[in-house]
Design a protein around this ligand. Structure first.
Ligand SMILES: [Zn+2]
Length: 390
């Protein structure tokens, strides 16, 4: 074998050992050897290097099967941090997580308008604030992940975000230039699916649809445990599937799109047709009205639930998922939409597809996207570590 190959083999083995410690810690060296199939001597020397690199810690004593008690290895989740961002219509949500996705800091920045100079300026300001608050650690902030409500290409350029009215914004490049660390920009629903798969309801699901219902609608699709991207990374724009063939015009150029009938935007538009003190309503005020059993508010949520169910039945028939997770802001209205969603899907999706399929509302609140975005940055760091840490 050539020296270069040996070096590569060593790097790959080291990353396998690190992955094993990450997912099974606390774990002994001999258990790592059993799981990976690498011999004990190799594991020991790789573990020592990982300890020197601060990615693995040694703690206490584990159970012995006779002889000296082994020291246990722990993944050092505080060796570095990641920043996760969710750009929404009315705010930017930012979190700082450790390498295992625990949120340690959080910033919420309300948006007064959606033009790109203003939003990106505020975003950079928010990231700076989080960086200043990052606890000291060997690797500091390893990367930034950003979820955007729009179509994002493989270079992290936002080609089109209809609700923000952005076109061709090279966000990933701008942020990389600004901060000099790796940045991943992706669609917010795909980041949300990643968040649910890593930390939420989807951890054990191989085939999962994350339905992000906020101002618009997006979906993140996990097939055979992998986030499905599509040929150019544009998959999941389910908010723009046609629900009404002669429906209203949508900002995407189509008519009768799903998100015109089942999103927060749809709910508020319907609500503002009613006379509730003539104030412009928010999702929160409608929650309050529904909590007080206001019949109009309840009917509006019921209607949203029905439309969500109609689109979902289509998705379920196409993808045959094991799990559908409904997340983003509309998930907060679960008490008033759940029955209508479930009833409509039951009526409309093929019965075969419903047998082993579950629909749940996210347990991560509105954090699916920020957590998934941060997790993109962490996975990229570990993919790179494979080559860089020596
Ligand atoms: Zn549309």
């Amino acid at each position: 074998m050539k020296t270069g190959d040996q070096f590569l083999v060593k790097q790959i083995n080291k990353s396998i050992v690190l992955e094993t410690v990450r997912h099974h810690s606390p774990i002994s060296r001999s258990q790592v050897s059993e799981i990976t199939g690498l011999n004990k001597g190799t594991v020991s020397s790789l573990v020592n290097e990982l300890i020197e690199s601060n990615l693995v810690l040694e703690i206490g004593e584990g159970k012995s099967s006779g002889g000296r008690k082994p020291l246990l290895l722990l993944f050092n989740h505080l060796a570095g941090y990641a920043i996760g961002v969710d750009i929404r219509m009315d705010c930017i949500s930012l979190v700082l997580t450790d390498l295992q996705g625990h949120i340690v800091e959080r910033i919420h920045l309300p948006l007064q308008k959606s033009n790109q100079e203003y939003v990106v300026g505020l975003l950079i300001e928010g990231i700076r604030q989080l960086m200043a608050r990052t606890p000291s650690s060997p690797y500091s902030v390893v990367g930034i992940g950003v979820g955007v409500p729009g179509i994002v290409d493989e270079e992290g350029t936002v080609l089109f975000a209809p609700n923000l009215q952005w076109r061709d914004v090279p966000l990933q490049r701008w942020l990389t230039d600004e901060f000099g660390i790796p940045v991943v920009v992706d669609n917010e629903a795909r980041a949300g699916a990643q968040g649910e798969k890593q930390f939420g309801a989807g951890q054990t699901s191989s085939n999962l649809i994350f339905l992000s219902v906020g101002h618009g609608i997006g979906t993140g699709i996990v097939l055979n445990r992998e986030l499905y991207k599509g040929e150019m990374g544009f998959s999941g724009e389910a908010g723009h599937i046609s629900i009404e063939s002669r429906g209203e015009a949508c900002s995407c150029g189509n008519w009768g799109c799903w998100e015109l009938y089942a999103s927060e935007k749809a709910l508020l538009r319907q609500a503002n047709k009613h006379e509730w003190g003539k104030k412009s309503l928010s999702l929160e005020t409608l929650h309050a009205l529904a909590s007080n059993q206001d019949p109009t508010a309840l009917a509006l949520f019921e209607q949203i639930g029905e439309y969500l169910g109609i689109g979902l039945a289509n998705m379920i028939n196409i993808f045959n998922p094991e799990l559908v997770v409904i997340g983003n802001r509309m998930a907060l209205a679960a008490p008033w939409i759940e029955d209508a969603v479930l009833r409509t899907v039951e009526k409309r999706a093929l019965p075969y597809h419903q047998k082993r399929m579950k629909i749940v509302f996210s347990h991560l609140g509105t954090d699916s996207t920020v957590l998934g975005a941060a997790s993109f940055a962490v996975s990229q760091f570990f993919t790179k570590t494979r080559v860089l840490v020596d």
